[in-house]
Ligand binder design. Sequence first.
Ligand SMILES: [Zn+2]
Length: 346
Amino acid sequence: MSEVKWIKLVTEFFDDEKIKLIEAMPEADMVLVIWIKLLTLAGKKNMNGYIFLTKNIPYTDEMLATIFNRPVNTIRLALDIFKKFKMINYDNNGILQMSNWEKHQNIEGLDKIKKANRIRQQRYKEQHLLEMNQDLSICPYCGESAKLTIDHIIPLSKGGKDEVNNKILCCLKCNQSKTNRDLDIFLNARIKMNEPVNINAITHNKKLMNFLEYKDNKFRRVIITPINTTDKIRVDKNRIEQIRLDKKKKYNDAVFLTQNEYNKLITELGESSTAEYIERLSLYIRSQGKEKKYKSHYATILAWNRKDLKGGKNNGTGKGYNNRYNKGPEKEGIDKYKHLEEIIQN
Ligand SMILES: [Zn+2]
C-alpha cells in the first residue's frame, strides 16, 4: 500500500494514563521520542500498525536502533515499557504491532489513497476503452447510455478469442440478452421483436461490421475464416468470387474439375485427350468406388499422363495419351495405379 503522509496525535496525548506513567520515569523523554518514532514508522508502513522489514522478517532491536538513531539499550528499554503497558504487541512471527492502531491511523489519508486508486483504475479502464476504439458511454447495440460491460462478439463458447478485436463494450442488458447467440441472430431477433437496436450506430461501427453485413433490414454474418485468426476475419468479396470459380463441375458422372483445371487440361493435353482421360478416370472411379480417395482429379489426370509419357507410349499427338483406356484399367490390374494413389493422397 502506498504511504500515508501523516498520523493522528490527539491533543489529549499527554493526558493518557500510560503516557503519564511513562513521564514519571527517569528516561521519560527518551522513551516518548521512541514512541513517536514508532508511531510515524507504523504510519509509513501503513500495514494496520504492523512494523516489519519485509513480510515475515521482523525488525531486530539493533535494526530499530539504527533506524531511530538511538542506542540499542534505549530501544530495548522503551520496547519493554510499551510491551508491559500493552501499547505494542508481537504476533506469532515476532512482528511488532502497535496496539489500538486505529487511534493513530489517518483514515482521511487512507480514503485519499483509496480515491487515488479508484481514479487510477478509472483511467486504466478509459485507456482500455480507447484501445477498443469506442465511445466511452454508449452501448453500440442499443444506443443506450449505460454502464458498459465487456462482450465477446464471437462468444468464447463458440471459439471466439479473448482479444481486443473480438471484444466490445455494451450495456449489461444487451450483454445478458445476447447470451451466447451469434451477433446476427441476436440483432435480427431484436429487429423482429421491435426491441432497442441502434442500426445506424452498428453499421457505422467498424469493429462490428468486421463480422456483419447489413441489407434489407437484416444483418448477415460475414463468413469467418478459421475462427481464431482474427486478422483475417473479413473474407473479402474477391475471395468469395474465387471460391465460386473454384467450385468444381462434374464431368462424366464422377470426375470433378474446376473451370480453370479443365481449361488447363485442354491446353496441355488437347481436347480429345482430355475427354479420354476424363472418361478413363470416371470409369476407374466408378468401378473402384475410389471417389473420396482422390484429393484432386486434375492432379490424377496429370499424373496418369506423365506416367504414360514416361512409359514411352505416345498417342501420336505428342500429348501423351496412348488410348490405353481401351484395354481398361481393370485388365491391367489395380496395382498399376497404386503408386499414383499414393502420390495423389500425399
Ligand atoms: Zn445495450
